[in-house]
Design a protein around this ligand. Structure first.
Ligand SMILES: [Zn+2]
Ligand SMILES: [Zn+2]
Ligand SMILES: [Zn+2]
Length: 88
């Protein structure tokens, strides 16, 4: 994905505040562990990554149609599109 081919899903990006900055929203409810966290840039949902048992970030993207996340790990600021399955 080059700068000349902007991902159309970036239109979904909003100015969001993390809803559950302490961890994955669904894993916190079920007491499940996670590996890394991803922040939905459309609604502020915090979900766990594909290395985690429950993959709630990908689940959230599919169910709600919010494809763009940003890493919620300290020092990481890359974005990912779950529709294109690529950095964006
Ligand atoms: Zn995309
Ligand atoms: Zn989770
Ligand atoms: Zn969302």
């Amino acid at each position: 994905m080059t700068q000349a081919q902007l991902d159309p899903h970036l239109r979904m990006v909003r100015a969001v505040e993390p809803r559950t900055p302490q961890g994955c929203e669904e894993c916190l409810q079920t007491g499940s562990p996670w590996v890394h966290l991803r922040l939905c840039l459309t609604c502020g949902h915090v979900g766990c990554c594909d290395s985690s048992p429950n993959r709630h970030a990908r689940w959230h993207a599919g169910v709600l149609g919010h494809p763009i996340v940003q890493s919620f790990e300290p020092g990481e600021n890359w974005r990912w599109c779950y529709v294109h399955d690529n950095f964006t």
